[in-house]
Write a protein that binds this ligand. Structure first.
Ligand code: CP
Ligand code: NVA
Length: 319
């Protein structure tokens, strides 16, 4: 066993990318890569264990990839919706956490407020994994950085331009960039940039890790020299009431073939999905040769398998 890996700690929960340090982030990607290349290699890892996956918002990729990841670890995945739980009838988050921790080895949760996953983690004595909140999408960032590493062979020195709404995905990408030497530059209209306090916190995090990040208004400035151009939906889950205004105000931020041409010639197009062709990017871009969106989606499985295994076993090494 690699001595350094065997002494590398694992955080109790995975609520933000920032719960990991630089070495832990790299270890998560290494373990995910090993798991991706040996789909049947961990079937006996966690027999008799259950993974509770609670989804308060819709999901295609995350819910199915967590279920598949649990299966590959020999676990029983239980995908739960609020209307199936007493939580939907007023049982508290704390009581739900204490109960689920009594028969599950870890809890995955997708919800609205980051405070809800923090509360769940505070009352659970098993690991809690954030499967998306309004503020963070850490599991997505792991899959995206595994994809970047596969495409370019390394992470250090890459530049990723994120175009559009500075949302949960953008924030987790910035944190991931800080941990891996990738410069992340976000281009958004001022009203769609992170609020001043959140931005300060994020830029402080990047600075503490000696990373490079920026927030600009001009998409062309962001994509200059970029190895990857990333976008996300203009109307995130929970923002539907604002849909028309968002589509109007974010229209100049559509990723087009012209914008892709302003990045490096070998730049890839990235999107966490689901995508809306004709809104945040043209069909020509997402369905074109530079798009790696299906590789990103497929990488959700091994990265989630790695994080579930590491948090439950308390180590990053292979069994
Ligand atoms: N990218 C992502 O999290 O997709 P789902 O909402 O389908 O899970
Ligand atoms: N920002 C999007 C991501 C979807 C995976 C949302 O929160 O809906």
């Amino acid at each position: 066993m690699n001595l350094e890996l065997s002494t590398l700690t694992v955080p109790p929960d995975f609520l933000t990318v920032g719960d990991l340090g630089e070495a832990q982030f790299a270890a998560a990607l290494d373990l995910a890569e090993a798991m991706k290349h040996a789909p049947a290699g961990w079937l006996d890892a966690l027999p008799a264990e259950t993974l509770a996956c609670f989804f308060e918002k819709p999901s295609t990729r995350t819910r199915v990839s967590f279920a598949a990841a649990a299966h590959r670890l020999g676990m029983l995945p239980l995908v739960l919706r609020p209307d199936e739980l007493q939580l939907g009838r007023g049982e508290t988050v704390a009581d739900t956490a204490r109960t689920l921790a009594g028969f599950c080895a870890a809890i995955v949760i997708r919800t609205f407020a980051q405070a809800t996953v923090e509360e769940l983690a505070a009352h659970s004595n098993v690991p809690v994994i954030n499967a998306l909140t309004d503020d963070h999408h850490p599991c997505q960032a792991l899959a995206d950085f595994l994809t970047l590493r596969e495409v370019f062979g390394h992470l250090e020195g890459l530049k990723l331009a994120y175009i559009g709404d500075s949302d949960n995905v953008a924030r987790s990408l910035m944190e991931a960039g800080a941990l891996s030497g990738v410069e992340v530059v976000v281009a958004s209209p001022p009203a769609y940039q992170a609020e001043a306090a959140a931005r300060r916190e994020l830029l402080d995090f990047v600075a503490r890790h000696h990373g490079h990040a920026g927030v600009v208004e001009d998409p062309h400035e962001a994509v200059a020299g970029a190895h990857a151009v990333y976008t996300d939906v203009w109307v995130s889950m929970g923002a539907e009431a604002d849909a028309e205004r968002r589509r109007r105000e974010l229209a100049p931020y559509q990723v087009t073939a012209g914008l892709m041409a302003a990045a490096r010639p070998d730049a890839v197009f990235m999107h966490c999905l689901p995508a809306h062709r004709g809104e945040e990017m043209t069909a020509e871009v997402i369905d074109g040769p530079a798009s790696v969106v299906w590789q990103q989606a497929a990488n959700r499985l091994p990265t989630e398998q790695a994080i579930v295994h590491a948090l439950i076993t308390g180590g990053w090494s292979r069994p």
